[in-house]
Design a protein around this ligand. Sequence first.
Ligand code: GDU
Length: 372
Amino acid sequence: MAVGTVLVTGGTGYIGSFTTLALLDNGYDVVIVDNLYNSSKVAIDRIELISGKRPAFYEIDITNEAALDGVLDKHPEIDSVIHFAALKAVGESGLIPLEYYRVNVGGSIALLRSMQKHSISNIVFSSSATVYGDATRVPNMIPIPEHCPIGPTNTYGQTKVMIETVITEYLEAERRNNKKAGKPYEQFNGALLRYFNPCGAHPSGVMGEDPQGVPFNLLPLLGKVATGERAKLTVFGDDYASKDGTAIRDYIHVLDLASGHLAALNYLREHKPGVRAWNLGSGRGSTVFEMIKAFSKVVGRDLPYEVAERRQGDVLDLTANPARANEELKWKTQLTLEDACADLWRWVENNPTGYRQDPPAELLEALKAKKA
Ligand SMILES: O=c1ccn([C@@H]2O[C@H](COP(=O)(O)OP(=O)(O)O[C@H]3O[C@H](CO)[C@H](O)[C@H](O)[C@H]3O)[C@@H](O)[C@H]2O)c(=O)[nH]1
């Protein structure tokens, strides 16, 4: 029998698909809802290829409360939710803020309302380190602990803060109201997972990030330079107060990030802590130049770049203090930057069009041999 059944919203996306894989590999059953806006259904085939298990899937928009109700009616076995479904492009969020609030905040409210109607009371939420904004504005806050003051610098980050607030106030009210009425209340629990910079792919080379449009994150762009799809990388600013002038981020392998979700879910179920935020990062900062060097090394040649102006809204340093997750969730990153670069390159080199083509036969053979 399954350990439990989890509704994963946005489960065909990059982090959602890897978390689904981690859940299936650890005895959970999974039901995915996703509108495929920035993802592909093929991710489900790859999850099955690797895990031997297929999650249930419903093509549903997170803002459609009636449709969510329908899925929860059909799956009374669902006892927890991991919520990824959202729009996530920082630049775009400033251009169409209403759409970001409608989908991200409105979608989360629809989900919580549907959960409430179906007495599902555990939620793990995909938040972001972007809620901290420029942590260098506060003395002694790098590496960033969870008590660092919140201060997002863009609309996308603002939606994450608002969703954290909605989840917190909702769950705390449920606990309070039920306690007052003499009813059980400890079942209402929430994890706010603030991720730093997710990267990497599955080591098999058959599963990775497959954004539908033009990527805007550093590592996917470096991948495109390596395959020749882009002539060079543009480095956004070399006049930051870092050792080489480029900005510092805490890059975390997507497999580690996925296991962080599993650890948080297990913690909620076991310890019933109410609502709690955890940073998911490695605690190690790397500059843009260090990333170019690390990725060039796995590709086997120097990747071309040019330095341009800083990108608007970028901050000097987003490095996690992951001590709380290390201690409470008994979770810490296991994989290195070199692992992430090697796995990303294997994915990109073998699947230049992402999920739009089958992976090479030799990768499938290797996967089969490994499973046998
Ligand atoms: O072409 C590029 C792309 C990025 N960078 C630099 O590389 C670093 C990382 O940039 P990413 O766009 O990969 O990541 P961000 O730190 O900007 O973004 C992360 O934080 C964001 C909020 O700040 C969102 O949460 C986003 O999903 C998450 O990946 C930054 O210093 C950026 O300036 C470049 O130099 N050139």
